[in-house]
Write a protein that binds this ligand. Sequence first.
Ligand SMILES: [Zn+2]
Ligand SMILES: [Zn+2]
Length: 262
Amino acid sequence: MIIDTHCHLNDQRYFDDLDEVITRAKEHNVKGVLIPGADPRELPRAVEICEQNENIFFSIGVHPYDLEFYNEDELLKYASHPKCIAVGECGLDYFRLPKDEVEKEREKEAQKEIFIAQIKLAKKVQKPLIIHIRDASEDSKKILIEHNAKEVGGVLHCYNASPILLELDKHGFYFGIGGVVTFKNAKKLVEILPQIPIEKLLIETDGPYLTPHPHRGERNEPWYTTFILDRMSEILEIERAKLEKIILNNTYKIFEEFSKHS
Ligand SMILES: [Zn+2]
Ligand SMILES: [Zn+2]
């Protein structure tokens, strides 16, 4: 059994056929999904999906691209929902910063501020973090350590293969492996994968984005985690069924609720 620890099932690209998406997942033994928070305006939809499906959970958080919608009081209202099991996705994303130096710094500072606020929020509600990092590994690592994110731990979702983040293993963090690992040009991730402690590996689609080979170019969905698992098993030279079991156990450790509903 596989649990997709990061799929935006509340995205509008799933509006028309969500039931089929969930059915296909079950048919392929993908029996749980975590819907990460990104744009808080999409939270009600996440809650609705979770209330209709036993093994689907959500998290509260604001993606670095949606900073302007951060409102702690609003998020806290959702924190006590029985299906809310994490905080995020939050973090730093320096991929599309403004060109102007002053504005660039301002944007970075704004991202850091909201990131730190969410680490504090996670500690307040005692839930693990879902971390989003793009082109900002140094700063993200520094903030996570300085603000003692270890207290709640979490997952570096869609782990970007940066060696400097490996150390976060010692700070209670897991590594979410997604479709990128199946890409022909995924050299960095393929090389670093065996360096991640095996008891820290998680699996995710990040659907509707980052669709794995051989479906690249299409919308991503939870059952495609099977292709990610196939590739991981190949790279790590661990029997697929054995690896599946290890990853499931890892998932239960960091997102305990899944173990009660499986
Ligand atoms: Zn992300
Ligand atoms: Zn995401």
